[in-house]
Design a protein around this ligand. Structure first.
Ligand code: NAD
Length: 424
């Protein structure tokens, strides 16, 4: 039997290195007090848990999970839960750090958190996933709560996972607590528009960018990597708004058709269990080939570290709209900037999810629910305000959009930390 691992991984180490490098660069541009900058490099707390699950074949498998609070200065922790084989303490810590900057950038009163379980969720049965989720929730119970830390969906978790977390937490305390998670179905206290918010929010910024660079959406082409909650919604929204979506992919590979692919039909195909690359009439491409297809809008909406110094020079898009967290390394970012690519960085581009999650939490707390037009109006207002702030700072300081977004987020957290002082 292998020795139990706390989930160290090469990918996780690179992500954390990247996140800390981003912080260091932004802190230096801001001239941040080194004592504060140093505190921000470390998570406030991290919990590693073992999640034993009886599998359908009778074996009991011990999975490793974690929950990390990076910084809670601005409010309760907020961040998704990921069920993937890449999950490690380093990966979760990097993702939690990005959540801190993202919430601050959007001016949402939450800190940064993240969690996950190292497992191969698509291969597990519904019963196994429910057992895993309920035990994981019990193990991290001491950290979560509507005023402490509010999880949400991320890779390979969804509305069903959130319902099980809400139910497990509620059973432990003895009454229903919808505000302990967001991304729930509407029937258990979820918010209208939450499921689509990340993809739709990203598309709103893509359209604002098209306007700025003077590109007619009706003549634009798009390529989307990842066809889950973020990617499929973004691709459908672009397609509905007359952009020609020429390639999409899932973990097994991509589908390419220069004439454009019908996204409604593609969604029906994948909902029926089909792989993206098996869609009729398309040319199958690998995920790496897909990123290099010439297009106007490239949307990485899968996983981190996809655009690096190795492939950045071969990427031919006008707008890079980041749905995934950490898809582009800093080195690649510089190469793309040199090529004049308009970048919508992750903590801005995919912030529609956490913004709608904030609305869900507010509605759960107030026990007063909003209609969809109100949610869409507030989402668009908050995202466009952050977009304008990032562009203005980027212009004023002569820095990239990514650095500007990080500088805004980091400076807001740092200012609050300065006022609150160092305990004790
Ligand atoms: P998901 O589980 O719903 O979908 C993930 C998709 O990516 C699937 O189609 C999967 O097949 C594909 N994929 C997985 N690994 C891949 C790989 N190596 N190459 C290509 N495709 C791959 O997940 P999601 O919620 O859509 O999240 C996608 C990304 O967006 C993640 O980076 C996540 O952190 C980020 N994100 C999600 C939300 C949200 O609200 N769900 C919010 C902000 C950011």
């Amino acid at each position: 039997m292998p020795f139990p691992s706390w989930g160290e991984s090469q990918e996780g180490q690179s992500m954390l290195k990247e996140a800390v490098e981003q912080l260091d660069r932004a802190a230096s541009l801001l001239g941040l007090d080194p004592n504060l900058a140093d505190r921000l490099r470390y998570p406030k707390r991290a919990l590693v848990v073992t999640v034993p699950v009886r599998m359908d074949d009778g074996r009991v498998v011990s999975f490793t999970g974690n929950r990390v609070h990076h910084n809670l200065t601005l409010g309760p922790g907020k961040g998704g839960i990921r069920y993937a084989p890449t999950v490690s303490l380093e990966e979760t810590t990097a993702l939690a750090m990005w959540m801190t900057w993202k919430c601050a950038l959007m001016n949402i009163p939450f800190g940064g958190a993240k969690g996950g379980v190292c497992c191969d969720a698509p291969r597990m049965s519904r019963r196994e996933l429910q057992a895993l989720t309920r035990r994981y929730t019990s193990e991290i119970f001491m950290l979560i709560g509507p005023e402490k830390d509010i999880p949400a969906p991320d890779m390979y978790t969804n509305e069903q996972t959130m319902s099980w977390i809400m139910d497990t937490y509620s059973m432990q305390v003895g009454y229903s607590v919808p505000g302990v998670v967001t991304g729930k179905p509407v029937s258990v206290g979820g918010s209208l528009g939450r499921r689509e918010a990340t993809g739709v929010g990203l598309c709103n910024l893509v359209f604002a960018s098209l306007l700025l660079i003077g590109l007619d959406p009706g003549k634009a082409t798009a390529v989307v990597q990842g066809f889950g909650n973020v990617g499929s919604v973004a691709a459908l929204e672009l397609w509905k708004r007359k952009v020609r979506v020429i390639a999409v992919s899932d973990v097994d590979g991509g589908a390419y058709d220069p004439k454009g692919i019908d996204m409604e039909a593609m969604i029906l195909h994948t909902e029926a269990g089909g792989k993206v690359s098996g869609f009729p009439g398309v040319k199958p491409v690998s995920n790496m080939e897909l990123l290099e297809i010439p297009c106007d809008i490239l949307v990485p909406a899968a996983t981190a570290g996809q655009i690096t110094k190795e492939n950045a020079s071969r990427i031919r898009c006008r707008i890079l709209a980041e749905g995934a967290n950490g898809p582009t390394t800093l080195e690649a970012d510089e190469i793309l900037q040199g090529k004049g690519v308009f970048i919508i960085p992750d903590i801005l581009g995919n912030a529609g999810g956490v913004t709608a999650s904030y609305f869900e939490w507010v509605q759960d707390t107030q026990k007063f629910f909003w209609d969809l037009p109100e949610i869409q109006r507030q989402l668009s207002r908050i995202m466009l305000r952050a977009f304008d702030e990032v562009l203005a700072l980027s212009k004023e300081k002569g820095v990239s959009h990514r650095m500007a977004a990080l500088m805004i987020g980091i400076s807001r957290v740092a200012e609050a930390m300065r006022f609150r002082g160092l305990y004790p």
